[in-house]
Design a protein around this ligand. Sequence first.
Ligand SMILES: [Zn+2]
Length: 301
Amino acid sequence: MNTGQGIRGQTMLAAVYHGPNDLRVEQYPIPQIGPDEALLRVESSTICGTDLRILSGGHRQYPEGTVRIPGHEVVGEIVAVGESVVGVEVGQRVFVAPNMSVGFSREAVRGDNNLSKHFAALGITLDGSFAEYMRIPAAAILQGNLIAIPPDMDAATAALIEPFACVLRGQKPLNIQVGEVVVIMGAGPIGVMHVMLARLHGAGHVIVSEPVVERREQVLRFGADLAVPPEALAETVEKVSHGEGADVIVVATPIHAAQETSLHIAAIGGRINFFGGLPKDQPTINFDSNADDALFQAVVA
Ligand SMILES: [Zn+2]
């Protein structure tokens, strides 16, 4: 049994955020753990779009003056556990889900930890995984954030559990039905995951809008029926849906115009998910709250 003290008095290499566009790879103390916590040796940590937003200074959880280690898509090995931790052992290889609730909330009870009033997350509000070691708080252990993975599973692949879980969760309320017209805006890694999952949900047509030619070609190999530049999207949706509009739209890009366009190309009763967040200093879009059933026709006319 480990004493739960972590690795005392040593430092590790970490990529530390010191301010907008100021990420320093430097020596940083190895985190000490409490009796109800664990220490992870990081094997693989994926770079997320959120990390790029953090780096640019555009993330609201990184206000001015924040010094913190980002990174929240992580796989590693448990190298120390506190004496009161049950069910987690040194030597276990785990994927770590980053979001937790640090106190009671209705959201957490129904499983929406990421929406909790008392939200905390590794790499977002707490030090994360762009480091050799990461502290796993008690809340994460108790809420089931540590998920054992097989010893032979590729670490970089396993780290993608986090973004894929977000995609899965994002599509759940969209309730994609067999045969529906689905639009994915943005063909980055997240957009590609949305395409693949929409296909598995039985989408009839999956249309992707994406400005980059190579990404359009790539997403066709991952199951999209059509991949068009953004300026051709409305016309394409009009044709494919016979003027009805898209049943489901996922905006997987942090672009204001994309979010606004989605409101214009949705079918009556269509469902939209704004998956990519907008920058914190420009978080609003224009929205015609009087939009009616003539809107789609009006826009493409
Ligand atoms: Zn992420």
